[in-house]
Design a protein around this ligand. Structure first.
Ligand SMILES: Cc1cc2nc3c(=O)[nH]c(=O)nc-3n(C[C@H](O)[C@H](O)[C@H](O)COP(=O)(O)OP(=O)(O)OC[C@H]3O[C@@H](n4cnc5c(N)ncnc54)[C@H](O)[C@@H]3O)c2cc1C
Length: 482
């Protein structure tokens, strides 16, 4: 196994046949190597940005304060094309390539780019012509004037059961709406434009009663349209300001049809779950490469620790798993790139994508956590010290398994696609030629047995099946391209 490509995300992507030789991607990586990584480390260590709520005259301003280097780092990704290349090439692939390189250096920084993408997409798909003319050009700027997006769904009562927990109310107001409520986890707080889940007055108190709205940072008259109550001090993703946002009669525009809101919310989540998968693989690659660098230099019992058979075998195993995880994550990207413009009712291809995306989000996030923990162990005691960065990968990985829907959510949503849309048959059909017929039949029979269990057993024993299905898919994909 060639370990030397593992210290370069771009080289790894090229070796795996995922990316061609893109000069712009190499330049982006180079920028991180020369400058960005040091900025990222400083932001992580110095802590989360802070909030200035009032100016000196007592006017509410809700400014988020960072050192100027932070803005330079943040804007690098926008300038490199994490948004504008998507529209120019009518493809998500360039965005996910940039997210991979970002995730290798700063997993948290991938968040503003992802939520901006998850704002751009519904705006361009469902925005009315006036709103598109007003906002799209701002998000596609190629310089420092670019507008950022944000996706705010979660409220204090919880993120998993949005149908029950969202209390933000939407009232019609001419051709606009007014939103009132509090968002409890609002990443990229301060963004110029957010997509927000709210319940139109009188809509059902369940997930079908939710709609998706576009909420700009400023009202038509220039006043603040939402307030930031506070920023959260988090264990990781410290390079993104996650706040609590207060909406008070905030101006908003409905996206799509009100009763289709849950589909729009899930479409936005598709983009971020896939981004999470790509970021998790990038993080795992980073943890492995850092561990490898340490293990080639640390000696014990007369030789570098990497040369001891037990550790050497572990490295080989991790790298093989990394390649499989990468295939699964990128399969989700390719499928998403085919279906992201679809609107309900969706095709079978879309349902296949959804199952792959749930498998990828679940499996890659868990893999990232395990790999980051293992990398810390390879470092031994110094792995626990803040000075040497490897502890950061474990902190960052913990978030990947929680946001964009926890691992439980991925399993349960995956089960739903299997039950309602025959997702497993679509998947196994998709994998024909990459696994033996007998292995495909055995996996199909296994899923069918699960579906035959009573409800409590079916859910209670789901993790083993989901884990096996994800691993089976990832390894089959490795056969395809390897
Ligand atoms: C750093 C960070 C930034 C975030 N940024 C944003 C953002 O910008 N926008 C946004 O909308 N949200 C954001 N979130 C919120 C995130 O999406 C939620 O944390 C996540 O969806 C889980 O919701 P919760 O934390 O309320 O946990 P809960 O929903 O309360 O769940 C608690 C636990 O119960 C489990 N659980 C729930 N239901 C079931 C079930 N049926 N079966 C088994 N287990 C179950 C969950 O998996 C979890 O383990 C952010 C979170 C973090 C940590």
């Amino acid at each position: 196994m060639r370990f030397d490509v593992f210290d370069s995300p771009v080289q790894f992507l090229e070796q795996e046949g995922i990316s061609a030789d893109h000069d712009w991607l190499r330049q982006y990586q180079l920028w991180f190597q020369n400058e960005g990584q040091a900025i990222s480390d400083a932001v992580d260590r110095a802590g989360t940005p802070w909030l200035r709520m009032f100016d000196r005259w007592g006017t509410r301003v809700d400014e988020i304060l960072y050192p100027p280097e932070y803005w330079r780092m943040l804007r690098q990704g926008y300038r490199s094309g994490v948004l504008w290349r998507v529209v120019e090439q009518n493809s998500l692939i360039p965005a996910y390539l940039l997210l991979y390189v970002t995730g290798f250096h700063d997993p948290g920084l991938a968040c503003p780019y992802t939520v901006s993408l998850s704002t751009l997409s519904p705006l361009s798909k469902y925005g009315d012509p006036e709103r598109k003319a007003q906002f799209l050009p701002r998000m596609l700027e190629r310089d420092d004037n670019v507008w950022q997006g944000a996706t705010w769904m979660t409220e204090i009562k919880g993120g998993s059961d949005l149908g029950a927990a969202v209390e933000t109310v939407a009232q019609p107001d001419g051709n606009q709406w007014r939103l009132t409520g509090d968002k409890y986890f609002a990443s990229n707080a301060g963004a110029e434009l957010a997509v927000v889940a709210a319940r139109p007055e009188g809509a059902p108190q369940n997930v079908r009663g939710l709609s998706l709205f576009l909420v700009p940072r400023r009202r038509g008259d220039g006043q603040l349209n939402y307030c930031i109550r506070r920023l959260k001090d988090k264990i990781a993703t410290r390079s993104v300001p996650t706040g609590e946002v207060e909406l008070r009669q905030s101006e908003a525009w409905l996206l799509g049809r009100a009763e289709y809101g849950i589909y729009l919310i899930l479409e936005a989540l598709n983009l971020s779950r896939v981004a999470n998968s790509v970021g998790a693989v990038a993080l795992a690659q980073r943890a492995i490469t850092d561990a490898y660098s340490f293990a080639t230099q640390r000696t014990a019992f007369g030789k570098p620790i990497v040369q001891h058979p037990l550790l050497h075998r572990q490295f080989e195993h991790r790298c093989q798993q990394l390649r499989a995880a990468s295939r699964l994550a990128w399969e989700a990207v390719y499928l998403l790139d085919e279906v992201w413009q679809e609107k309900p009712p969706y095709s079978d291809r879309y349902h296949l994508f959804r199952l792959v995306a749930h498998l990828a989000k679940y499996w890659t996030a868990e893999f990232a956590v395990e790999t980051a923990k293992w990398a810390m162990e390879v470092y031994g005691g110094v792995g626990t010290l803040y000075e040497y960065r490897v502890e950061r990968w474990l902190r960052e990985a913990m978030i990947l398994a929680i946001w964009e829907g926890t691992s439980h959510r991925q399993m349960l949503d995956g089960l739903e696609v299997i039950e309602r849309k025959n997702g497993h048959r679509l998947l196994l059909q998709h994998l024909r030629g990459n696994a033996s017929d007998s292995a495909l039949r055995a996996m199909e029979a296994r899923v069918d047995r699960q579906l035959g269990l009573d409800e409590i057993e079916r859910e209670g024993t789901l993790e083993d099946l989901f884990d096996d299905l994800a691993s089976f898919t990832a390894n089959a994909l490795l056969n395809r391209q390897g």
